[in-house]
Ligand binder design. Sequence first.
Ligand SMILES: *Cc1c(COP(=O)(O)O)cnc(C)c1O
Length: 239
Amino acid sequence: MKGQTRTDAPLAGTAPTTAATANIAEVRARIAEAARRAGRAPEDVTLLAVSKYVPALLVSCAVDAGQLVFGESRVQEAKEKWVGLRLRQPDVNLHMIGPLQSNKVRDAVQIFDTIETLDRPRLCAALARHSALAGRLPELFVQVNTGLEPQKTGVLPDDADAFIETCRAKYGLMIAGLMCVPPVGGSPVPHFALLAEIAHRNGVRQLSMGMSADYELAIEHGATHVRVGTGIFGPRPAH
Ligand SMILES: *Cc1c(COP(=O)(O)O)cnc(C)c1O
């Protein structure tokens, strides 16, 4: 590979740590561009670096590069990785973006600053209880299964209004945002639009949508949070 320039993969052969730092800068620039195209302020869009399955050493390089907001999909993994990383950088903001089991809520409330995957009353009850005990309530997003996919978690679009109302009225939980993971294949645009519409009619302000393949598109449709994993850290190890 020495002396060979590959324009299609400019970072091939570069150490993953260097690549991650460069990728963060590039993703940030593209976020700013997309925001400007949409007539929005770049700082209205938060980049979540999705660090699930990424080794702590590589994640720590992203932290050193100034990245402060991260997404993890499993409570146990987040706990193992982030206790140390938080000592290194206390200002880190950690989002839970994976399916949450109610028996993990106790830990999740301690570890995460935001939980994006609220989708059923049982979780609300557990969150209300454990946050009261811990004296700490993460910011909450409701996940919507916009593609009606049976294998995916998230409240169905038709049930979203009632669920948000239940969160607020019955459990006293403030809903800061909505989150979706559109089906693989096909355009994500109708899913982004649907999420934005549900948020708008329920007075919810934040929208977590858009991943490595489509975050610019998501920003054009109102995303306030984009979740980028492979676009920053490269392909994830098999798990
Ligand atoms: C893994 C994951 C991402 C990141 O996906 P990439 O395509 O690697 O950017 C975003 N959101 C959720 C919910 C995920 O599970």
